[in-house]
Design a binder for this molecule. Structure first.
Ligand code: PLP
Length: 372
């Protein structure tokens, strides 16, 4: 049995997405900027996908800027947002639990002389709103707080944060939440999203830029995407992303998560659930005390089960999770943490199999390590 439970790292591309992409690779492969029929076909595909995504989000098509993925959208929002507002102030606020695409962009701004503040999170991974309140001042030009965390699934109250922003631009990395839960756009100036987390293509994503907000573009050239992101558009991937937003699901992810969680808690002692009750249905982070997650991961792989030790979104695969650390987990708990993440094709039968195999692997390693 093959059970893929690493959908927060990436998903299997859906057949319908591949079919749409093939059409724009093999038949209608024109450049949307070309004036002939082939160009017009590509332009139509671009317009359709932009409309599909805007409708899904409740935005205007002109507010969608296609990018090469979540990382580029995060970089563009943070570097371009700060650049556009730098005359008004120099203070940037983010959180300690952000994805490296945000943290590294903020660090770049630090090198350029901006002052930065990292808001703490509590034991459930939620940002400290009182600290945020205290930090937001007239100097603050940009706030970047993610919607759903990629390691534990904690959902940040972005509507509440948006109300506090004063003069700042508010950016939210919605790479994990897009296509899974409603993204409240009220007061949010910028959001980042990605195709490959929702059974769409890899290497495509978008930045939502609220009609009233301005950022400074940093990819310069032919003026595509309303001048905000030059470069010939990746039409097959864009069309694939448009298709991906409305794909059906095999099973309610909340049911998969509840079954897996209850099953593991029923079979094993000394298990810590790190994902809070109201976290994203698609993510379950669990610490198995007395084990090494990396060893568990490879044992499960032998049974055809694919999971992650934390987040696979960083190439620093051996690094200890900064998110779990910020939530107050100790070294041993972090070391024994696996992330199970669900996609649209997972089933309840798979969860039954996973509970049995995880319990067997954990018991085996605890015995070997003489744990309790
Ligand atoms: N932000 C978050 C929260 C993520 O989980 C990821 C995952 O990789 C990214 C950003 C980067 O997105 P992409 O892989 O599309 O560049």
């Amino acid at each position: 049995m093959l059970v893929y439970l690493d959908n927060s790292a990436t998903t299997k591309q859906h057949k319908k997405v591949t079919e749409v992409m093939l059409r724009y690779m093999e038949e209608e492969y024109g450049n949307p900027s070309s004036l002939h029929r082939m160009g017009m076909g590509a332009e139509k595909a671009l317009k359709t996908a932009r409309r599909q995504i805007a409708d899904f989000l409740g935005a205007d098509p002109a507010e969608i800027i296609f990018t090469s993925g979540g990382t580029e959208a995060d970089n563009a929002a943070i570097l371009g947002g700060a650049e556009a507002k730098k005359r008004r102030g120099k203070k940037i606020i983010t959180s300690v639990a952000e994805h490296p695409a945000v943290i590294e962009s903020v660090k770049r701004l630090e090198e350029k002389g901006f002052s930065t503040v990292y808001i703490d999170v509590d034991s459930e991974g939620r940002v400290d709103l009182a600290q945020l309140d205290e930090e937001i001042d007239e100097e603050t030009i940009l706030i970047s707080i993610m919607h759903a965390n990629n390691e534990v699934g904690t959902i940040q109250p972005i509507s509440e944060i948006a109300k506090k922003k004063k003069n700042a631009l508010f950016h939210s990395d919605c790479v994990q939440s897009f296509g899974k839960i409603q993204i409240p756009l009220n007061g949010v100036d910028l959001i980042s999203a990605s195709g490959h987390k929702i059974h769409g293509p890899k290497g495509i994503g978008f930045l939502y830029l609220n009609g009233g907000a301005r950022i400074k573009p940093y990819l310069l050239g032919g003026g595509q995407e309303g001048g905000m992101r030059s470069g010939t558009e990746n039409i097959p991937a864009i069309a694939g992303l448009g298709e991906a937003v409305s794909l059906p699901s095999n099973q309610d992810p909340a049911k998969l998560k509840a079954y897996l969680k209850e099953g593991l808690l029923g079979e094993l002692k000394d298990v810590k659930i790190n994902s809070p009750k109201d976290s994203l249905d698609q993510i379950l982070s669990v610490s198995f005390l007395g084990t090494r997650a990396e060893v568990l991961l490879h044992t499960l792989e032998q049974d055809g089960i694919y999971v992650s030790t934390g987040s696979a979104c960083s190439s620093n695969k051996k690094g200890q999770s900064h998110v779990l650390h910020a939530m107050g987990l100790n070294h041993k708990e972090i070391q024994g943490t696996l992330r199970f993440s669900f996609g649209k094709e997972n089933t309840m039968e798979e969860m039954e199999y996973v509970v049995a195999k995880v319990a067997a692997a954990v018991n085996k390693f605890r015995k070997l390590g003489s744990f309790r």
